[in-house]
Design a binder for this molecule. Structure first.
Ligand SMILES: [Zn+2]
Length: 77
């Protein structure tokens, strides 16, 4: 169970070292805008990955970008 919270409000489960020396952790979600570690991945994000869907846009959750005025990645010429 997570015993920490990331600044985004997501649970943040630290990597634990087991008695046999192996390590156990929870996959972390990186921001789709800046790559920052946002905390533990959600079950929905895992399911989307299994289903082959693109990862959700986390820039608003991260706070690294104003998504209200998105611009196309490639400009028309
Ligand atoms: Zn970000």
């Amino acid at each position: 169970m997570p015993d920490q919270t990331a600044p985004t409000g997501r649970p943040y489960t630290p990597i634990r070292t087991n008695p046999d020396g192996s390590r156990t952790g929870v996959i972390k979600r990186m921001c789709s805008g800046c790559g920052r570690d946002l905390g533990d991945v959600t079950m929905q994000e895992i399911q989307d990955a299994i289903d082959g869907k693109p990862l959700s846009d986390t820039r608003a959750e991260c706070g690294c970008a104003d998504t209200s005025r998105d611009v196309p990645a490639v400009a028309d010429v």
